[in-house]
Every structure is written in C-alpha cells, then in structure tokens.
Design a protein around this ligand. Structure first.
Ligand code: ZN
Ligand code: ZN
Length: 80
C-alpha cells in the first residue's frame, strides 16, 4: 500500500507522517525556525517554539520526546 499526499503526490512511509504532512497544505507558515526549519503561522508561535525546543540555542538533538510530532512534520517539509 502506497501512502501519498493527494495534493503534491509526495509519498510518505506511514499514515502518521501523511497526517502531519497534510498540514503543510492547510497552513500558511511564514515564520521559520532558523535552527530546525519548522514553520509557524505567527511570530508568537515561533518565539514559543524557540523557548521550548531550543532554549540554549542548540540543535534539534535536544528536542524532547513529547514534541516529536512537530518534528516529524518538519522532516517531511525538508525532504521535498
Ligand atoms: Zn503534499
Ligand atoms: Zn526549531
């Protein structure tokens, strides 16, 4: 079974990745994290992300597991 985006036909490895990938098409994200590339709709969202994900200005390896969903989505965006 092949799972792919109905919008851009990108092939995803599992339904969960597709679910998060589809947000790319539904959201307009103008603010991008300079560390991990995750996009946000508002400057406030980005600011909060920076505090939660990169409190010491480190890379994505410091991300906590509870936020892994957001970074799965990030990976989809970067492999376009
Ligand atoms: Zn797509
Ligand atoms: Zn980030």
């Amino acid at each position: 079974m092949i799972i792919s985006s109905q919008v851009c036909h990108k092939v995803l490895s599992n339904p969960y990745k597709l679910k998060y990938h589809m947000r790319v098409h539904s959201d307009r994200r103008e603010f991008k994290c300079s560390v991990c590339g995750t996009g946000f709709k508002g400057r406030g969202n980005l600011s909060r992300h920076m505090i939660n994900f990169h409190p010491a200005g480190k890379g994505t390896e410091e991300d906590s597991k509870k936020d892994s969903e957001e970074h799965l989505q990030k990976m989809d965006q970067e492999t376009e």
